[in-house]
Write a protein that binds this ligand. Structure first.
Ligand code: NAG
Ligand code: NAG
Length: 274
């Protein structure tokens, strides 16, 4: 009994880890979200991402998204089925706005053009915060928007690279030439709390508890708060902002495709930025 079962157990554990390492290519766990977002649904969401008109043509395949998600096992895997679907829809909506190729009269509507770009086209600056000593800019590098979340600024590239195993300050081109790393930077940003902001993930799965100070400036949980985390300094607290409305439009379309409601507080027009 006891002693004869042990070698068997060891063998099972060994096989389990071998399969895990070989199949993921790194120390990440097996995919769980593919049961919530099939390739068909992904393709229905991103109808035009591989059009010739899109500079990111063929850069964002379904498999890279699923593979990248393995390193973030709580993504799309926390709470009820509705919560999990809504979180994925919210994430895909935000990255769609960040990379949109849509316009008001675009084929299939303005919200069918997510993941059309992989890097910012006419950056206004190199997004180097030279006062940041922890993540100093490397000479000649531009910390402009790259990848699904359009990662920008040295203080985001540095920690993202550190978390994901590449030199984010020197080898930042990895974010626009490697689709797996590109999706990982977006998920890293989504999952990681950067004080004083909560993480986007926590907001979408009900883990965010607003303080009295947050409540006083309407920072209650919902998609609008996620927009506030991502770009509230430029977009929130402004009535009827076009960029905020574009994010909402994407989310409403995707929520429908995932067959979930959008939840409360879609907008951040009455929220104070962080
Ligand atoms: C991608 O970017 C990295 C970092 O700059 C670079 O070392 C690598 O050669 C690039 N790969 C391709 C295929 O361009
Ligand atoms: C909070 O929202 C209300 C409307 O719902 C608005 O009147 C108020 O000005 C908002 N507060 C802040 C700080 O934006």
């Amino acid at each position: 009994m006891g002693s004869s079962s042990r070698p068997f157990l060891h063998k099972k554990i060994f096989i389990f880890w071998s399969v895990l390492i070989l199949s993921s290519g790194s120390w990440c766990v097996a995919a769980r979200i593919s049961s919530l977002i099939s390739k068909d649904l992904f393709d229905a969401i991103f109808i035009h991402k591989d059009d010739n008109a899109c500079p990111a043509k063929d850069f964002y395949p379904y498999n890279s998204f699923i593979k990248a998600s393995r390193c973030f096992p709580r993504f799309g895997n926390t709470g009820s089925l509705t919560t999990r679907r809504r979180e994925i829809a919210a994430f895909l909506a935000q990255i769609s706005h960040e990379t949109t190729g849509g316009w008001p009269t675009a084929p299939d509507g303005p919200y069918a053009w997510g993941l059309c770009f992989k890097e910012e086209v006419s950056p206004q600056s190199d997004y180097c915060d030279s006062t940041n000593n922890e993540w100093p800019c490397y000479p000649g590098k531009s910390y402009k928007g790259r990848g699904p979340i359009q990662l920008s600024w040295n203080y985001n590239y540095g920690p993202a690279g550190k978390a994901l195993g590449f030199d984010g300050l020197r080898n930042l081109e990895m974010v626009s030439n490697n689709s797996l790393i590109a999706f990982r930077t977006a998920l890293w940003y989504w999952m990681t709390e950067q004080q004083p902001k909560p993480s986007c993930h926590n907001v979408m799965v009900g883990g965010y508890v607003p303080t009295a100070a947050d409540l006083a400036v309407n920072r209650t949980a919902g998609f609008g708060l996620v927009t506030n985390i991502i770009n509230g300094g430029l977009e929130c607290g402004i009535p009827n902002d076009g960029r905020v409305n574009d994010r909402i439009g994407y989310f409403q379309r995707y929520a429908k495709l995932f067959n979930v409601d959008t939840g409360p507080n879609l907008d951040c027009q009455y929220q104070k930025p962080f």
